[in-house]
Design a protein around this ligand. Structure first.
Ligand code: HEC
Length: 211
């Protein structure tokens, strides 16, 4: 007798689990089977000030961004000829310190010097021994007249034969390299009794036409 009761219960339990297309059978954990579809910005039912919009924890940096000074730095200017012009207005967010210049020099010598040469004359190793067409020297009107933002833009996206460096160099590192290139130019101009700022003011308008 006891045995047949037992069999009955087991059979009922097993049959209860049988499902067909119209009948899902007995659901043991309904919460998991039919979970509530919360909308992203709904009020959440738990806690008075809780909403479905959860805020990221402090210190989280959005993808593709970097904390350079205050807030997040994200370069959104597109890789187009108009973008190159727009970049003219972008200023270097990094303060120019000796440390930054030293870091820029280190990165420059790894990533840029093989083509541009350690002094920026456009005579790097690949040019001297590899037959690569020489890049423009940094010591000419057109490059003096570029803004820091335009140099950053070119490092980010590349230009013609020069490849993009946005994968190898973070935004902060690119700005460090920009400071270093400016430092090289300023040192050269200083020897001639000039300064980059004066140079940019007098040459900017003429050079804009030929960019
Ligand atoms: C593979 C060789 C190569 C490497 C590596 C390279 N460049 Fe260049 N770069 C070039 C060439 C070639 C040009 C000329 C592009 C043109 O105007 O056609 C150029 C142009 C430039 C210009 C002038 C941009 C303009 O608007 O006319 C700057 C500034 C510059 N490079 C900076 C850098 C920096 C900084 C790095 C390192 C992060 C770097 N380059 C790495 C080959 C290179």
């Amino acid at each position: 007798m006891k045995k047949s009761y037992f069999l009955l219960i087991v059979t009922a339990a097993l049959l209860g689990g049988c499902a067909s297309e119209d009948h899902p059978g007995y659901i043991w954990y309904p919460d998991m089977f039919t979970s509530i579809a919360w909308e992203p910005l709904d009020e959440a039912p738990f806690g008075s000030d809780s909403a479905m919009r959860f805020y990221p924890p402090d210190g989280v940096i959005p993808y593709g961004s970097e904390q350079i000074t205050d807030g997040y730095y994200q370069y959104t200017i597109p890789n187009t000829p108009e973008g190159y012009e727009q970049a003219r207005a972008i200023k270097n967010p990094l303060p120019k310190t000796e440390e930054v210049i030293a870091k820029g020099k280190q990165l420059y010598e790894i990533y840029c010097a093989p083509c541009h040469g350690t002094t920026g004359e456009g005579n790097g190793t690949v040019v001297e021994i590899g037959g690569f067409p020489p890049p423009p020297t940094y010591y000419q009107d057109r490059i003096y007249a570029l803004s820091d933002g335009q140099i950053f833009h070119v490092i980010t996206y590349g230009k013609n034969l020069m490849g993009a460096f946005n994968y190898q160099l973070s935004p902060r590192e690119r700005w460090e390299v920009v400071h270093y290139i400016r430092h090289l130019q300023e040192q050269r101009l200083k020897k001639e009794g000039k300064s980059l700022a004066d140079y940019q003011q007098t040459h900017q308008i003429d050079t804009l036409k030929t960019l």
